[in-house]
Design a protein around this ligand. Sequence first.
Ligand code: PGA
Ligand code: ZN
Length: 455
Amino acid sequence: MPVIRRLSALEILDSRGRPTVRATCELASGGVGTASVPSGASTGSAEALELRDGDPRRYRGLGCRTAIGHVNGELHAALRNRDFEDQAALDRTMIALDGTENKSRLGANALLAVSLAVARAVAVERGVPLYRHFADILEPGRAIAGLPRPTINLFSGGKHAGGQVPIQDVLVTAAAAATIDEAMATTFAVYQAAAELTYRRYGMRALTADEGGLAPAFPSIEAMLDDAVAAIRAAGYEPGRVVALCVDVAASHFFADGRYHLGGTPLDGAGMIDRLAGWLDRYPIVSVEDGLAENDWTHWPALRARLAGRALVLGDDLLTTNPARIRRAIETRAADALLLKVNQIGTLTEAAEACRLARGAGWHVTVSARSGETEDDWLADLAVGWGADQLKVGSITRSERLAKYNRLLAIEAETGWPVVAWPYEGTGDRGPGQEDDEIPVPGPLVSSRAACRRR
Ligand code: PGA
Ligand code: ZN
């Protein structure tokens, strides 16, 4: 790997106006790379630590000057002029230097900013697109077969929208779109229909939540899902076949004393699984993220078994992109899809290990942004290079989200690669007891391995 001449960092502001870290790497040979790190709000408790200054007089304690100081000082001094074999050797050196379990000494924000800035500088030096360099970090020479299918935030609740409904996101995915261009145009139509519907129904203009989704005062979760289906229909699409729904339940955030507090009688794990399965019977849902709480390990295998073949059982807070947690979930058959957020673990190398583990188990991978984002677009390259099935970056509004979609459109224009197929085969089957004019439920998922092989 080329030798680093200088590492530096700057405190910048994210999409919520909170400080975050932007790092720059200058190589001895002249290549330069800059990268900014995002920040979550609905964080898993096993995530690596984002180092904040804690000074209440400045940004309510959220300043990143300490993390910036670590890049400019300790990391710069330790990493410059050294001969690292590859990205993994560099990242492992930073992990050892930090010396803590959760990167709390130097900060995962400092480490990830450096990890990404170095990768970008090396891609510049190699004269290859960033997605190509990311693919080689995952596996040297890895063939890229397609582009990830966007899953796009329509309605927000939970921690991203002041908690007006307990669950966090209802997303749409243009399940039949063959191109990113078509996926975006389809989603735009659904989003506009939803904005009109929320204005008529709730008297609410299209004000947006943290990730750009609409967030009217839905009277219930079911009303939120009904409105999503109504918006798909109003835009002229068939719910299920052409446009399907995904949900991020973010269940850890309404789990207390061993019960799920969704409104009404609190539910135990089995009750929560029944509730989720009920949504699948009624709505065209093809992916359920964090359907149970992050440490409810005893119930996750039953959730996976119950939803198998109908929707992805996607782990976010459950897994926190952490190889040890992913191994546990594979062994216990707790999930079948990984939500991959690089800043949950703090270096590219560890996130790549998480991705390889998930793939090795035949799981699907959704690469995801955070609710606090920047205008940086490296995430789109990561999703392409690592062969993600889906890309989740929030809604189709707000430039910190659009930066990623726009990069995906540019990659599509450059390469002509197709969008990877959604992992179910459209059979035209109806759900149990459904009449013809009811919502079609997507057909069975093809096995993850088969879907991987097909690409
Ligand atoms: P966060 O949440 O970025 O606010 O942590 C996003 C998600 O839960 O997927
Ligand atoms: Zn989530």
